[in-house]
Structures are given as structure tokens and as C-alpha cells.
Design a protein around this ligand. Structure first.
Ligand code: GTQ
Length: 370
């Protein structure tokens, strides 16, 4: 039986008649409607995302992002960002599902003003060595392929202290989620800029080891006290895990950037992963609720998403909509490939909506349609 058969008993299947049409008009005049006219649409058999799979090539986007540097002053724009917009989610400024992403450029010596908002933010650095951010008074320096978080409602500002090259980093925010919940707030810092503390990278000094600070403070906020994850130790962690075992059939060797105090996601609404595909490795297809934004961090490969084939290399960004079949392959026979990604799984899990399944046919692979 076809899963999509809405003529089955138990589904809404009311025909048309002039009497019904008149009745619907009467209801509409009272700001009311008949459930059975929309029931199958608003309660689909399984998720029907408006988002489509998309890949944005860094080689195409980076020149466009650089173009914005002389065109708009940072002070006027607030944040100088080129957003990646899913054709199915334009009205929400979403890259996929309820996740936003964009490429932000900061020129040499630039500093953005401080603000805070209900939306949570994360960063993945594409290029430039001079980037810094101040999160609630803590200054953090980040370099290429480093990951950092700006939890919701923390004061934050950032800039580029290099004298000769711009920084391009990728922002990931849950703005569309916050707006879907009608819960958005935004404040500009009363002094426009924060006073950075005297110790740089203090969250890394305290929390980036395998031991945790003891007895001095108890961390009770709902996000990770560690705010940054440099590339080298993150990549090294993956390589070590690769030595310890096979990894996941769907994701290769995959790790989560974790809150060191709880072991859980770095923030309550978004989680981030780093995964390694061995030379030539091809994973099996699976699907799950929750949307994912991927950034190729190293190497090159191919991902098949909802039957569409996407070739990627370092810097490219692509998205997997909720419940879309997807599988990844490293197309280099000699080098490993790494994907950074962020997602809304913590939302799915905390609301009891996380589901996952393996592709049942074709020895675990989906048919490639295009
Ligand atoms: O840095 O706080 O790309 O508020 C979009 C909205 C970045 C930020 C974005 C934001 C930010």
C-alpha cells in the first residue's frame, strides 16, 4: 500500500458540493474553517520539508563576500554577512529547516559593535588568522577551521586584528526557530563595545583539557562553559577515534562538540559535529528528523541527498533537510575528508521528536536520481 495514499480509510476524504462550498465560505467569515479540508496537509504521513537540498560552492561565494567589504561599512551593516538562503525557505531567511547560516567578512583591523539576542550563534572559520570574539567579556581568538559558540543572550562582538587579510567565517544561528516560536529579543550594548577581560581564551584554559576545574565554581548555565574548539585538537580527536574503531556506517568517524560539564550539546538548540571519512570510504544512507548544515572542512567528496548528487570540496556548504535520505563519500583515494556540521537535534530530542532510520533497500544506498 502506498504510504501517500490519502484515499485510505482513516484519512480525510470529503468530496466537493455547492452546499459544502457555501458552508466553507460561511465558516471563513467567522475566522473558522473545516479541518478535513487541510487535515492531510497539516498532518502528513511523514515530514514534508519545504527546504530542498542545496550546495553553495565556496569558490563562487567567497568573491561575492569580498565584494561586500568596500560596499558596506561594518558600522552601517551591523554584521556584514552574505546569507545562504534555501529556495524553499526565503521568507524565513533559513538555509534549511529552522536554521540560518551566512558568510561574514571582517576587514583588517575592523571591530563590530556588541549586541545580544535570543538567537544562539556559532562560528566556523573559513579563512584569515586575525579573528577574535568577545563573549560576555571573555575574549577568544579563532583561526581557520576553528569552531566557537555565542550562546543565546550573551553579549558578543567580534573583529579582525590582522593588518593585511580579511577574515571570512560562517555564522550559524537558530533565528528562524526563535521567530517560529515568536520569542525574539535583541539589544545593543549600552556602551557599544565590551571591556575584554585580561585573560584571552580563558574558557579554553579552564575547560579544554580532559580534567575539569574542581571546587572553584559550579557551572549551572544551559550552555557549554567552553566557548571555542580549535581545529588541530578537534581533528586529532577524530584521528584517535578512527584508530579505536570503525565508526558509524552512516557517518564514518563522527564526534560531537560537547559541553564538557554535561557531555551534551554545546547549546540547548543547536549541536555541532565533526566527522572523518577514510580515503575512498562511502557511507550507507539514513534519514532522521532534524536539519543539518554541513561545511566541508578538509578534502573532497560526494554526498547524495534525497536522490541528488552533490560534489564538495573544502569550504563548500550544503544542507540536508529533515527526513531526507543522505549518504557521504570521500572521493580521494589517498587523503581523509572531514565534514563540520551543525543541526537542531537538541530541539528534536528535548521535544521527543527525534527519529532515525536506515535505508531499507539497495544494500543500504538510495537510488541516485540526478
Ligand atoms: O554575529 O550576532 O550572521 O546576530 C546574523 C545575525 C550574525 C551575529 C549573523 C547575527 C549575527
Amino acid at each position: 500500500m502506498n504510504d501517500y495514499d490519502d484515499t485510505r480509510p482513516g484519512r480525510a476524504r470529503v468530496g466537493d458540493s455547492p452546499e459544502l462550498a457555501a458552508y466553507y465560505e460561511e465558516l471563513a467569515k467567522h475566522e473558522a474553517g473545516a479541518l478535513w479540508t487541510v487535515a492531510n496537509e497539516i498532518e502528513p504521513w511523514y515530514p514534508q520539508p519545504r527546504s530542498v537540498p542545496v550546495l553553495w560552492r565556496y569558490a563562487d561565494l567567497a568573491p561575492l563576500v569580498r565584494k561586500a567589504l568596500p560596499l558596506v561599512r561594518a558600522d552601517d551593516a551591523g554584521r556584514r554577512v552574505v546569507m545562504l538562503v534555501n529556495p524553499g525557505r526565503r521568507e524565513l531567511s533559513a538555509a534549511v529547516g529552522l536554521l540560518y547560516t551566512g558568510l561574514q567578512i571582517m576587514g583588517p583591523g575592523e571591530a563590530m559593535t556588541a549586541h545580544r539576542h535570543q538567537a544562539a550563534a556559532l562560528r566556523f572559520v573559513h579563512e584569515g588568522t586575525g579573528a577574535w570574539t568577545i563573549v560576555d567579556g571573555q575574549k577568544l581568538k579563532v583561526g581557520p577551521r576553528d569552531f566557537a559558540i555565542t550562546p543565546n543572550n550573551t553579549w558578543h562582538e567580534h573583529g579582525n586584528e590582522a593588518s593585511d587579510e580579511p577574515v571570512i567565517w560562517q555564522d550559524g544561528l537558530d533565528i528562524p526557530l526563535v521567530n517560529a516560536l515568536d520569542a525574539g529579543f535583541y539589544e545593543v550594548h549600552p556602551e557599544l563595545y565590551q571591556q575584554p577581560g585580561t585573560v584571552v581564551n580563558s574558557s579554553l584554559l579552564s575547560y579544554a583539557g580532559t580534567l575539569l576545574p574542581y571546587g572553584v565554581e559550579t557551572w549551572s548555565r544551559p550552555y557549554s562553559p567552553l566557548l571555542g574548539w580549535p581545529w588541530e585538537p578537534s581533528y586529532e580527536a577524530l584521528r584517535r577515534l578512527a584508530r579505536a574503531g570503525e565508526g558509524s556506517p552512516y557517518d564514518g568517524v563522527i564526534m560531537e562538540y560537547a559541553n564538557p560539564v554535561t557531555g551534551g550539546s554545546v547549546m540547548p538548540t543547536m549541536s555541532a559535529h565533526l566527522q572523518l571519512l577514510r580515503p575512498g570510504q562511502a557511507t550507507l544512507a539514513h534519514r532522521h528528523t532534524g536539519s543539518v548544515v554541513y561545511t566541508a572542512a578538509k578534502g573532497r567528496g560526494v554526498s547524495v541527498i534525497a536522490g541528488q548528487r552533490f560534489e564538495w570540496q573544502q569550504g563548500d556548504v550544503f544542507v540536508v533537510p529533515s527526513w531526507a535520505w543522505h549518504e557521504h563519500a570521500n572521493s580521494d583515494p589517498g587523503e581523509d575528508a572531514c565534514l563540520f556540521s551543525f543541526n537542531d537535534f537538541p530541539v528534536m530530542r528535548s521535544l521527543g521528536m527525534y527519529r532515525e532510520e536506515a535505508h531499507p533497500d539497495n544494500a543500504g544506498h538510495q537510488p541516485v536520481l540526478s
